[in-house]
Design a protein around this ligand. Sequence first.
Ligand SMILES: Cc1cc2nc3c(=O)[nH]c(=O)nc-3n(C[C@H](O)[C@H](O)[C@H](O)COP(=O)(O)O)c2cc1C
Length: 375
Amino acid sequence: MVANRYLPPWFSVAPMMDWTDHHYRTLARLISKHSWLYTEMLAAETIVYQKGNLDRFLAYSPDQHPIVLQIGGSNLDNLAKATELASAYCYDEINFNCGCPSPRVAGRGCFGVRLMLDPKFVAEAISVMAANTNVPVTVKCRIGVDNHDSYNELCDFIYKVSSLSPAKHFIIHSRKALLNGITPAENRSIPPLKYEYFYGLLRDFPDLTFTINGGIASIDEINSARMAGAHGVMVGRAAYNNPWHLLGHIDTAVYGASRSSLTRRQVLEKYQVYGDSVLMKYGLGPTLRDITKPLLGFFHSEPGNGLWKRKADAAIQTCSTIKALLDETLAVIPDSVLDSPLAESSCGRGYLFANMDSLLPPPYIRREEDDTMLT
Ligand SMILES: Cc1cc2nc3c(=O)[nH]c(=O)nc-3n(C[C@H](O)[C@H](O)[C@H](O)COP(=O)(O)O)c2cc1C
């Protein structure tokens, strides 16, 4: 149990399967010292069944703190055991996935976002996980599933989970999930964002903490979300697709650190040393492609970006080290891009959360049977 009021990360990079692996997190940490980094979702079963091989899945370098492990699953014993095994790795927080609509997880019994339909189970899961770790266990969810998408249903979920378990921090991907007929990628763009639901939760659950997620892509938007009251802001795709510009400003704009003189060339030099030190560490991997992948957004919108990506793709076939790959390809990026410190952040939709008060849904009305269920 967390004794004092829990302070959520002001800014975090979202868990993203196949994206926020150790390599991406290494790059992200070279750019931002303060951002909280979430791992990709790891199934509880993977942790339990790979007990003899845990470093491969759970180890990370100490400079990745603050770091959060996201676990997915629907078997209480495995969730408990996985959390216990993970506790040896000293993550700063454990997050439970209740938002993933991928058939890879949502179709396998009650897993991912389907769990939003069973808040009592989610509370049990959080409770068994919390019993096996000393760090906070938090929840990442959507604002609804299929036609269970009213504001009151979302509040019922939050109310039940927070009343029946130690979960006090909810990360809200502010769009619902559709379980049938669309792909996971479409599920991150087709259901509309309803930020007003998120801000309704802030009003109706003043004792809980909430991080907003979904569609936020600039420093102006991050600051605007926080000024409107969000305790924390989580960004996924923008932090992956454009890490230099997005993460580069976080320490200054969100955490008040002094402006850094870091250049992209310096980041690449450090990343190269890291990359070559882990290349093929586990026999079949990580491969050159695995380690190069997080760099593909590093020159986003800069001159030479497209050509560099094509050259890097070709060099993956011929080079045997990250150093060789960078030596062979970086000439197409102008020195002015490689050696300049971060430019001013470009303007985003700073108005995005400006008039939230006028859009809020009617206050949450708790049904009496919900209270009966809790007794
Ligand atoms: C490639 C990819 C993989 C993702 N994997 C996960 C995951 O493992 N767990 C999770 O909770 N969300 C996952 N998400 C969803 C993100 O965490 C985030 O909620 C979503 O992308 C919306 O935020 P954004 O608009 O800032 O990208 C994934 C998103 C992407 C793009």
